[in-house]
Design a protein around this ligand. Structure first.
Ligand code: UDP
Length: 427
């Protein structure tokens, strides 16, 4: 089976920890790798944002296709919308040149969903979409988030037209039904995966030595794309309330586009008297992260929202307990009081309280650590890929039994779609 994965705004090969390079990049690459190992032929389509070849072979059965749409340089995610018609057109061009076609299109994030939907209708194959984040949900998660109405309008349309919607958690499924009136039967929940070879427990003292961290004092860890929705402000205020004064908080992630937020957080840390305890490490390669997870006593995920929250799962795979917000996917990955703690309020005090409990209780940490390692076995990529593969089979069979393009798209012929694409663009 040949599957096109669409990741329009960000390449799965881009360095992680930037403003727009995190969980989705890991997801698209690792899922594709595993499907390719299972014998699926996978092409990942991404916008060409540098002077790099059109086709790059990543592994047997797995290629990256760079699509011509807009300038060959990084562009703000919000601006990519203007290039989506070109993106869809150039994907078509590639499919035509390549001559082999696809059995299904699987799009990631709404922009890819727009372009991938066009390709699926043009090729008359099923379209699966995974949103990773949703505009309506972001707007509700944090005061001050203002995702454009246009995004939400397109998300609604993609939800209506898709053959299937994949969510990483049952919570996201509920949100799609509640805010997007998504058809329950069309949504399939398949968790994200974690590389259990890479993320596994290792010696804490050795990891601390390697990272130049003190052996005898508490180490707390935060990892992610440095953006406001991640709640690092809550974490800084929480650590300011700890009894210990010799702890270190490592903030991993963020490129130069996060400088303004970093300065704001530094200012906050100064004001709260914990600047000397906090180290801003910047982005760290995925393969180097296990040392950070192993060095830490606790990994904190204080996000206002997380659709899945890979960081929590990676930490648990390394045997590090997690203190996380009780939001989104974290509700189904962290078991409160067993593998970590889930905090229902987005405020520092309860975070501080649970951090204090864990930091002062090594035996509890050891118990949580054992339970955490065990709990993530279900997220092995092989398991996730097999579930996805069986969804592809099912969706393809349904599509064929219906005799082709379903839903609203069926009212339009291929040519009509093509004409609309060329004439109308995206508004
Ligand atoms: N990550 C990384 N280096 C960094 C920061 C983050 O490799 O400096 C990775 C992290 O290990 C995880 C992903 O980026 O795999 C973040 O995924 P998560 O689901 O936690 O957050 P998202 O990016 O989806 O909001």
């Amino acid at each position: 089976m040949r599957i096109a994965q669409v990741s329009a705004h960000t390449s799965p090969l881009a360095p992680l920890g930037g403003r727009e390079t995190g969980g989705m990049n890991v997801y698209v690459l690792e899922l594709s790798r595993e499907l390719a190992r299972l014998g699926y032929e996978i092409d990942i389509f991404t916008r060409r944002d540098a002077d790099l070849p059109r086709v790059e072979t990543i592994a047997p059965n797995l290629r990256l296709i760079r699509v011509e749409a807009g300038p060959p340089e990084p562009v703000e995610k919000e601006a990519i919308i203007d290039f989506l018609p070109d993106f869809a057109r150039d994907m078509r061009r590639f499919v035509h040149e390549d001559g082999r076609g696809y059995d299904a299109i699987h799009s990631h994030y709404w922009q890819s969903g727009w372009a991938g939907g066009h390709l699926a209708r043009a090729l008359d194959v099923p379209h699966l979409v995974m949103f990773h984040t949703l505009g309506e949900v972001k707007n509700r998660a944090r005061f001050g988030e203002q995702e454009p109405k246009k995004r939400i309008r397109h998300e609604r349309q993609i939800v209506r037209r898709a053959s299937a919607i994949v969510t990483a958690s049952s919570h996201e499924r509920e949100l799609l039904e509640r805010y997007y009136a998504a058809d329950h039967g069309k949504i399939h929940t398949i968790p994200c995966g974690v590389d259990l070879e890479r993320f596994r427990p290792s010696d804490r003292a050795a990891a601390r030595k390697k990272l130049g961290l003190p052996l005898g004092a508490p180490v707390l860890l935060w990892v992610g794309r440095l953006e406001k929705l991640k709640g690092v402000d809550i974490l800084i205020s929480a650590v300011a309330q700890l009894d210990a004064s010799d702890f270190t908080l490592l903030i991993v992630g963020g490129d130069d586009r996060a400088d303004a937020l970093k300065a704001e957080l530094r200012g906050q840390a100064e004001a709260e008297g914990v600047a000397k305890n906090i180290r801003f490490i910047g982005a760290v390669k995925h393969e180097d992260l296990p040392d950070y997870y192993s060095a830490a006593d606790v990994c904190v995920v204080p996000s206002y929202y997380e659709s899945f929250g890979l960081v929590a799962v990676e930490a648990m795979a390394c045997g590090t307990p997690v203190v996380a917000s009780r939001v989104g996917g974290l509700i189904s990955t962290v078991t409160d009081g067993v593998t970590g703690y889930l905090i229902p309020w987005r405020c520092p005090e309860p975070f501080a309280e649970k951090l204090e409990v864990l930091l002062t209780n090594p035996e509890l940490r050891a118990n949580f650590s054992r339970a955490a390692q065990k709990s993530v076995e279900r997220f092995a990529w092989r398991r996730v890929a097999l579930q996805m593969a069986s969804l592809y089979d099912r969706v393809l069979a349904e599509h064929r039994s219906r005799g082709g393009v379903a839903g609203e798209g069926a009212r339009f012929g291929k040519e009509a779609w093509e004409a609309a694409l060329l004439a109308g663009g995206i508004r």
